[in-house]
Design a protein around this ligand. Structure first.
Ligand SMILES: [Zn+2]
Length: 330
């Protein structure tokens, strides 16, 4: 389902603004990994003055997969501050005032997706405030059937990761994944931006990923609803143009709004299509406080309506099709 723009007023997109584009040259290369952990202060819970908050980018994995991922991060990424089992991940955030979370995972090898999707369905069965997404490996046998089974278990979208799963967005093997999403009217969250790259990945993320490739996907699958995490880092200008052109595209703020990587937050991307950007954190795989990103987002001076859309309403429209209870539709 596509949503209407929140206001009929002209939106401040790239072509309308005179300020220079934000620089992407300060992106901290993961070659210098492990990057430092921050000992920043964490809040006890979200302020009650905030509109309903949905964290649209939270990871849950079975314990052994989480432990393998954390070992990878220890060496090649950053120290993980919240080493919580999946059963505690959602409760940590929900007990601190987050209204709902979107839970993501991804398969690293063929043959993993079915059991991961069953695990995710079980996690969601225990807590209705979790919106769980499915995964599959592009090109693995039965890929579209794996997704159909996951949707029938109640999973509400798909998560893919070009870097970890080593595929290009316009890889022909992705066609059946896109078609499965369109057929079932489920959104796809796909890490299709080229950063943060790492030599520890089995593939060159700059060779695989580009906004141009994502544009080809959106053009070939006009009914696909696609969310690209990390505001499409680091091709912020190109993703701004894609947002202007494609009603099937969403972005999430994950880690780019936290001030951890030395890149300027591309504020225009948040404001260009305020109905198209979701708040997300990457919790629990963070090197800083769980609420660092939202603390920064609320100080940007966004209009109240745009902040409510960013922090929760856009995610619920994308994943659940409904605004949070107790709030009016923007
Ligand atoms: Zn993530």
């Amino acid at each position: 389902m596509l949503t209407e723009p929140m206001s009929s007023a002209p939106l401040p997109c790239l072509a309308d603004l005179q300020e220079p584009p934000p620089s992407s040259s300060g992106w901290l290369p993961m070659e210098r990994a492990p990057l430092p952990g921050l000992d920043d202060e964490e809040g006890e819970r979200l302020p009650t003055s905030l509109p309903p908050v949905v964290d649209a980018h939270v990871h849950v994995f079975p314990d052994r997969v989480f432990e393998a991922i954390w070992r990878w991060f220890d060496t090649h990424g950053w120290p993980i501050r919240y080493r919580l089992p999946a059963s505690h991940v959602a409760q940590f955030l929900l007990s601190r005032g987050v209204h709902q979370i979107v839970a993501l995972h991804y398969a690293h090898r063929p043959g993993m997706a079915r059991s991961l999707n069953q695990f995710m369905a079980a996690v969601c069965a225990d807590e209705p405030r979790i919106i769980g997404l499915a995964t599959v490996l592009p090109g693995e046998a039965d890929a579209s059937r794996i997704l159909d089974e996951a949707f029938s278990m109640g999973l509400q979208g798909v998560k893919m990761h070009c870097h970890v799963q080593c595929f290009a967005p316009d890889d022909p093997a992705m066609h059946e994944v896109y078609e499965a999403c369109v057929r079932a009217d489920r959104p796809l969250v796909m890490h299709a931006g080229r950063e943060p790259k790492s030599t520890a990945y089995r593939c060159d993320t700059h060779a695989l990923c580009s906004a141009d490739r994502v544009a080809r996907v959106l053009e070939a699958h006009p009914r696909l609803r696609l969310c690209v995490p990390h505001l499409g880092a680091d091709e912020f200008d190109a993703y701004e143009r894609l947002l202007e052109r494609h009603d099937g595209l969403w972005l999430d703020t994950t880690m780019v709004a936290a001030g951890y990587f030395p890149v300027e937050l591309p504020l225009r991307l948040l404001r260009c299509r305020p109905d198209r950007v979701l708040y997300g954190t990457d919790f629990p795989n963070l090197p800083y406080a769980w609420d660092r990103e939202i603390k920064r987002l609320v100080t940007l001076g966004l209009p109240e309506e745009e902040l409510a859309a960013l922090l929760g309403q856009n995610a619920l429209r994308l994943f659940a099709g409904t605004p949070p209870r107790g709030t009016s539709t923007a």
